[in-house]
Design a protein around this ligand. Structure first.
Ligand SMILES: N[C@@H](CCC(=O)N[C@@H](CS)C(=O)NCC(=O)O)C(=O)O
Length: 213
């Protein structure tokens, strides 16, 4: 299989879940990172400068041989299966994993759809409400969010929280996770995995801080 993951040169969860799945599964892939200038053209025309079709004019996109796949969830599930981070034959586990990917999408949309100048205390309250709900929905007794199944949902939550606590989102304080025990516990666990450390050392920008501790 010839695989190319297309996104920006930034460790955002929408792409990281799939990049890490491919890395963890030892699947060779091209980690194609485009500039914001090229992305402006993609938004307009739906093609990369090299002619690759970007069907919904959005990123991430995955190219597998001659087939292009769009949408974070679809791409994550495909790559997750290659890494045994998503089940091939267990619909119930799969659905439980999906629900966590989907709530991260909801929170991401909540943030990205709010203009920086409109981020007041209600904005922060609504983010905290979502984190409170996510924390409450997490499994208290098991190692990972879905029972003992290490999955793309764990990597997605960790990566999402890297972004959320990184100090780069206007009006979101770095210590926003401090009251959410289960989220923090999971993030520390994922952060301490050798494979994650390897990936972080290999690809993360030096100044990209994570605040789980
Ligand atoms: N529903 C898409 C949303 C992806 C998305 O919003 N990507 C952003 C970059 S992080 C984007 O392409 N924004 C431009 C646009 O939506 O036109 C997914 O789940 O992948």
């Amino acid at each position: 299989m010839n695989i190319t993951l297309i996104y920006f040169d930034f460790p955002f969860w929408r792409a990281e879940v799939s990049r890490i799945s491919l890395f963890l599964s030892n699947t060779e892939f091209e980690d194609k990172r485009i500039t914001s200038e090229e992305f402006q053209r993609v938004q307009e025309n739906g093609v990369l400068d090299d002619g690759t079709l970007i069907p919904f004019h959005q990123l991430p996109c995955l190219k597998v041989n001659d087939t292009i796949i769009a949408q974070t969830g679809a791409i994550s599930r495909f790559c997750g299966k290659l890494a045994n981070l998503y089940p091939k034959n267990d619909d119930l586990i799969a659905a439980q994993i999906d629900q966590f990917i989907d709530i991260l999408t909801d929170i991401t949309t909540l943030i990205s759809s709010t203009q920086v100048e409109n981020r007041d205390t209600d904005f922060l309250k609504s983010i905290n409400r979502k984190l409170f709900i996510l924390n409450k929905a997490m499994n208290k007794n098991n190692d990972f969010v879905v029972k003992d199944y290490f999955s793309i949902a764990d990597i997605a939550i960790w990566s999402f929280m890297c972004w959320l606590t990184g100090g780069n989102i206007a009006s979101v304080p770095k210590d926003i996770a401090k009251n959410y025990d289960y989220i923090l516990r999971l993030c520390k666990k994922i952060d301490n995995k050798d494979i994650i450390q390897k990936w972080v050392n290999k690809t993360f920008p030096k100044k990209y801080s994570r605040n789980f501790y």
